[in-house]
Unconditional design. Structure first.
Length: 171
């Protein structure tokens, strides 16, 4: 016949809820240790990026088109090797790099594609009616409210050929 719990010696009886307390204590300790490790790991990553900054990316010039193939007021859509679209417009007729402007075609608001509207003398984003002046500065819509502009790429003209400067990493 089995002894009832009251007949067992006191050393054999576990207090009520003891396994749950042990589990919760171990889980709390593990969670605290995990949080500390994540916090110190994040701190080490940030400190490492500060103490050892990334090196300057290599840049180079890519051929775009013959300079005389773009008429004043026209635009050319160009895809960089990185996959980023660029709108290159011609604003003058002297044949120098100052006549041309290369701007990212990606709206800084939500990443939609902007396009040049020669009749309105502006870049337009159809997603939320964002507008940009010919230099890429936001003039209306959400990008205008946020003061965002289209990033610009340097251009040069050599021997009648138009080149754009890009980052060569990953190309």
């Amino acid at each position: 016949m089995d002894a009832s719990p009251s007949d067992r010696p006191a050393s054999d009886q576990a207090p009520p809820g003891a396994p749950r307390r042990t589990f919760l204590s171990a889980a709390g300790t593990a969670a605290m240790a995990g949080g500390l490790a994540a916090g110190y790991g994040t701190f080490a990553a940030v400190a490492g990026r500060f103490l050892f900054p990334a090196r300057e990316a290599r840049r180079g010039w890519l051929f775009v088109a013959r300079a005389d193939s773009l008429k004043p007021g026209s635009s050319l859509n160009y895809l960089l090797p990185s996959g980023k679209p660029v709108a290159i417009t011609r604003r003058g007729s002297s044949g120098s790099a100052a006549d041309f402007l290369a701007l990212s075609s990606t709206c800084p608001h939500l990443g939609c594609q902007v396009h040049w509207e020669p009749q309105n003398d502006r870049f337009f984003c159809p997603c939320h009616n964002g507008t940009f002046d010919p230099s890429g500065k936001a003039t209306g819509g959400p990008p205008g409210d946020a003061g965002q502009s289209l990033p610009q790429y340097p251009l040069k003209v050599e021997n009648g050929l138009l080149f754009v400067e890009v980052t060569l990493e990953g190309v």
